[in-house]
Design a protein around this ligand. Structure first.
Ligand code: EPZ
Length: 420
């Protein structure tokens, strides 16, 4: 299995472009199922989750073409409605295809998405909302059989938690439903707005995407369209953390600063000087970062849970202690034992991690436990004395478009080992 090898201690410097957002391209690709025509999706990151999404679309009968950063999907004919179990297993977030498949075909069969590295990943909010929209759902032998005889009906839905995936599934199911759907307490992440923009460009009538109340007037059908995915705010934070922990100075092009307000204030509080000009950001880090007394992950626009691992890694070498409270996922700290192999001083208790900043980390062998946990190991390895080898990097390839090539552009001493 391929690995990543890093010789740490070099200050990062240079300029990079940010990839398209993984958490936007997945629901947008699901949305192409609803479009009776050709959809061209630009600025797609070249990541394995996109590869899996294309396989799902092809298993449904869509004709797809993918060249590095553009995916073209022809949804003229989508005869199938079952996602193969292997693909469901490969990517837990494929549950977001459910609403679109039912919207197009009136029915869907998926295997219950297993848990994942972040703990149980229930989909009760998705299913109860779809049931309110007239979808009957039965579970047998680990499969969910969903039926909307006579089509999906608009409904008024109040989410008990502003779930990103549930909000996306409801929007996708409601786009071509009969009547009006209103979502109260909707997730407000920028990826929701991007999905609404994509669907509206295909003829949908969605208002309030990105706010906590979304109105979707169902339309007869959607047509083909062209759309460019928003920049990945979590990937941007990842490369900023890599520069910050090494005392580096980098420039990042093509970001949306308004999507990153909570994260930018954390970087500034740690002592980084950040200048924004349009869609470009320059980060200049101090020789040693300051710790941050308390960071809490929250739903958007609060500090995003996905940036937690790389920020925790970055603060392992800060001056002083940081307390990080993870408020979104059950067990998002599995990677911390791997960070400790590089000498990090972190204590965890439930959803709280206390990072005791130390002057230096030392390179070691370690393994990625999940996507963002793997990125945290890369971040720490870049600043560790000596060599770090990271295994199980398939987790990292799910969400980062050539993380090694990108970091090489920033003067990092990093390579793939036994690249497959
Ligand atoms: C999306 O996951 C993202 N994934 C996650 O990014 C991100 O961490 C998360 O939103 C929060 O921002 C994609 O967009 C593909 P949720 P999702 O539904 O939709 C509970 C990454 O690293 N919940 O907002 O699964 C759930 O258990 C990934 O890029 C229910 O209880 O997140 C969790 O504790 C990781 N019932 C919380 O809500 C439900 O029906 C947040 O889940 C749904 C969710």
């Amino acid at each position: 299995m391929s690995e990543i090898i890093i010789n740490g201690g070099k200050r990062l410097s240079g300029e990079i472009n940010i990839q398209g957002a993984k958490n936007s391209v997945l629901p947008v690709l699901a949305g192409t199922i609803l479009c009776k025509g050709n959809c061209v999706v630009n600025n797609c990151p070249d990541i394995s989750d996109v590869e899996t999404s294309v396989k799902i679309l092809e298993s449904l009968g869509c004709k797809c073409h993918r060249d590095k950063n553009t995916v073209t999907v022809c949804g003229e004919c989508v005869p199938h409605y079952e996602i193969p179990e292997a693909l469901m297993r490969e990517m837990r977030s494929s549950v977001v295809f459910l609403g679109a498949i039912i919207g197009r075909n009136g029915r869907a069969v998926i295997s219950s998405p297993g848990g994942c590295e972040l703990g149980p990943r229930p989909i009760d909010l998705h299913l109860s909302a779809l049931a309110k929209m007239g979808v009957t759902i039965t579970e047998e032998h680990g499969f969910l059989y969903c039926n909307a005889e006579g089509g999906i009906k608009g409904a008024e839905i109040s989410l008990g938690f502003p779930s990103v995936g549930a909000t996306e599934n409801i929007i996708l199911a409601a786009a071509t439903a009969k009547g009006l759907t209103v979502i109260h307490n909707a997730a407000r992440e920028p990826e929701i707005s991007d999905l609404a923009d994509f669907l509206n460009s295909a003829g949908a009538r969605i208002y309030g995407g990105g706010s906590d109340t979304v109105y979707i007037h169902g339309v007869e059908e959607l047509r083909g369209t062209e759309h460019s995915i928003i920049p990945d705010r979590i990937a941007a934070a990842t490369y900023m953390a890599c520069a910050a922990i090494t005392g580096g100075e980098i420039k990042i092009r093509n970001i949306m600063p308004s999507h990153m307000v909570a994260m930018l204030s954390v970087f500034r509080e740690s002592g980084c000087n950040i200048e924004i000009s349009g869609k470009n950001l320059t980060l200049k880090a101090p020789d040693r970062l300051f710790s941050i007394p308390q960071i809490r992950s929250q739903v958007y626009p609060g500090f995003p849970t996905d940036a937690g691992p790389v920020i925790i890694a970055m603060l392992c070498k800060a001056e002083g202690n940081t307390v990080f409270s993870e408020n979104i996922f059950e067990s998002r700290f599995r990677y911390i034992d791997e960070l400790k192999r590089l000498g990090a001083k972190i204590k965890t208790e439930g959803k709280i991690a206390v990072i005791d900043g130390i002057a230096s980390l030392s390179g070691a062998g370690c393994k990625a436990t999940d996507l963002r946990g793997g990125a945290a190991l890369v971040t720490a390895g870049l600043a560790a004395n000596g060599t770090t080898v990271i295994g199980e990097i398939q987790h990292i390839k799910r969400g980062y478009d050539d993380i090694v090539g990108t970091l090489k552009k920033l003067n990092a001493d990093i390579n793939y080992l036994n690249e497959e």
